[in-house]
Design a protein around this ligand. Structure first.
Ligand code: NDP
Ligand code: AKG
Length: 418
């Protein structure tokens, strides 16, 4: 990872790059480059042995022009203020890309959750939810899962909020378990948009995805399901990795079997169907057709980008390429489907979950997946149209021009600046 690149500065650079193609007031663009507010707090929590431990925690509300703030909660030792600000900004432009009525937010706790028991994690999460209570609500700010959080944490947050508020408000968080008001298809949704956008990119380039080879960095929710759904289109997933290393087989791994192995042993490493192990760096530069970074920010910098051999990159992770890497890849004609579209399936089905919660009416999985397909392919078309008509250097800048214009239109038409 390239730690010295500040993801918040990357976000601002991405906005500036797109603004060059828009006829927008400079002040309006500056307004879209800063969060509206950031909560930074310390959680003090009792451990199982009776000691007290403290944790830094954050929630950034970036922009609410198009609707309530929306975005996940991350548990990771690398969480910090700049990262959370960047992630919340990316949410704004992601929700606008798929045209769902949300702004952007993101939160996190600086913690390695693998070092804590389930009961400690529950107390940590409930303490965070208590701190978040004044900010969140189904019309205000709606958290969801991100790295190292999932249904369990969302259920705890919902329960804490509803208890403190003495209400029933399932739409206060999304990504909940089905038993607690979650949506069918939410667990698979991020991987599903990864696979839909891979298919669309191959169609756009007039290539056959069933002939493609694929490497996936990160084998959690986004990466493992993305791999499985791309494999279902006939492609060969030849390499996958997690934080312990990578496994490789030129004839193709079995994405489901690797996931089972990881669930049983904690890592993809040691999967017996692989012909050999690789480092994460070797995986990122493998000679494959599709590369799917699905771990964390800054996985590929300009130097590494020179050695990337894939033709198409589908950004399942948020912010996996530095802006300099983007420039190198555009010069080398590597197509990058940007995070704000490729992984937008997660927040899109979160939106469907929120709609179902408000309607008190559950949708079938078929309906969820059809609506997801429609919103993601519409966004892909809007991106490629902007790419061709505006002549942007890459898909990312094209997608940002579409998203920023939508946010600007909402702000202007609401009479924000009479
Ligand atoms: N979950 C969601 O709905 C969404 C997630 N995303 C983004 O997708 C990315 C992954 O999130 P998600 O799948 O939810 O998270 P998970 O926690 O489910 O998985 C993260 C995966 O990344 C791996 N990883 C972490 N560090 C490295 C590293 N240095 N090298 C290789 N692999 C690494 C982890 O390995 P290990 O298992 O060993 O810890 C794990 O397999 C993030 O950028 C997130 O913001 C975007 C949209 C929605
Ligand atoms: O489902 C959501 O609301 C947000 C998911 C998320 O954090 C993301 O898209 O990065």
């Amino acid at each position: 990872m390239v730690d010295e690149v500040n993801p918040f500065e990357s976000l601002q650079e991405q906005i500036d790059d797109a603004a060059e193609y828009l006829d927008a007031d400079e002040g309006m663009i500056d307004r879209l480059k800063q969060p509206e507010r950031v909560l930074e707090t310390t959680l003090s929590v009792e451990m199982d042995d009776g000691s007290i431990e403290t944790f830094r925690a954050y929630r950034s509300e970036f922009n609410g022009d198009r609707g309530p703030y929306k975005g996940g909660i991350r548990y990771h030792p690398g969480v910090n203020r700049a990262e959370v600000k960047a992630l919340s900004g990316w949410m704004v432009y992601k929700c606008a890309a798929v045209d769902i009525p949300y702004g952007g937010g993101k939160g996190g706790i600086e913690i390695d959750p693998s070092e804590y028991s389930e009961s400690e994690l529950e107390r940590i999460t409930r303490t965070f939810a208590t701190e978040l209570r004044p900010l969140i609500g189904e019309d205000k700010d709606i958290p969801a899962p991100d790295v190292n959080t999932g249904q369990r944490e969302m259920d705890w947050i919902k329960d804490t909020y509803e208890t403190l508020e003495d209400t029933t408000e399932p739409g206060v968080v999304t990504g909940k378990s089905l038993d607690n008001g979650g949506s069918k298809g939410r667990v698979e949704a991020t991987g599903r948009s990864v696979s839909i956008t891979a298919r669309e990119a191959f169609e756009y380039l007039d290539r056959d995805i069933s002939e493609a080879t694929v490497a996936v960095q990160g084998y959690g929710n986004a990466g493992s399901i993305g791999a499985r759904l791309i494999e279902d289109q006939g492609a060969d997933v030849v390499a996958v990795s997690d934080s312990s290393g990578a496994v490789y087989d030129p004839d193709g791994l079995d994405a489901r079997a690797v996931k089972e192995h990881k669930s049983e042993t904690g890592s993809v490493v040691g999967y017996e169907g692989a012909s050999r192990q690789l480092t994460n760096e070797e995986l990122l530069t493998l000679d494959v057709d599709i590369l799917v970074p699905a771990a964390l920010e800054n996985a590929i910098d300009a130097d590494l980008a020179e050695d990337v051999s894939a033709d198409v990159i589908i950004e399942a992770a948020n912010g996996p390429l530095t802006p300099d890497a983007d420039d190198v890849l555009a010069d080398r004609d590597v197509y990058v489907v940007p995070d704000i579209l490729a992984n937008a399936g997660g927040v899109t089905v979160s939106y469907f979950e929120w709609v179902q919660n408000r309607q008190r009416f559950g949708w079938t999985e078929q309906r969820v997946n059809e609506e997801l397909e429609r919103l993601v392919t519409d966004a892909f078309d809007a991106m490629t149209t902007a790419y061709e008509e505006r002549g942007t250097p890459n898909f990312r800048t094209a997608m940002y021009t579409v998203s920023i214009q939508r946010v600007l239109d909402a702000a202007e038409k609401s009479g924000l600046f009479p």
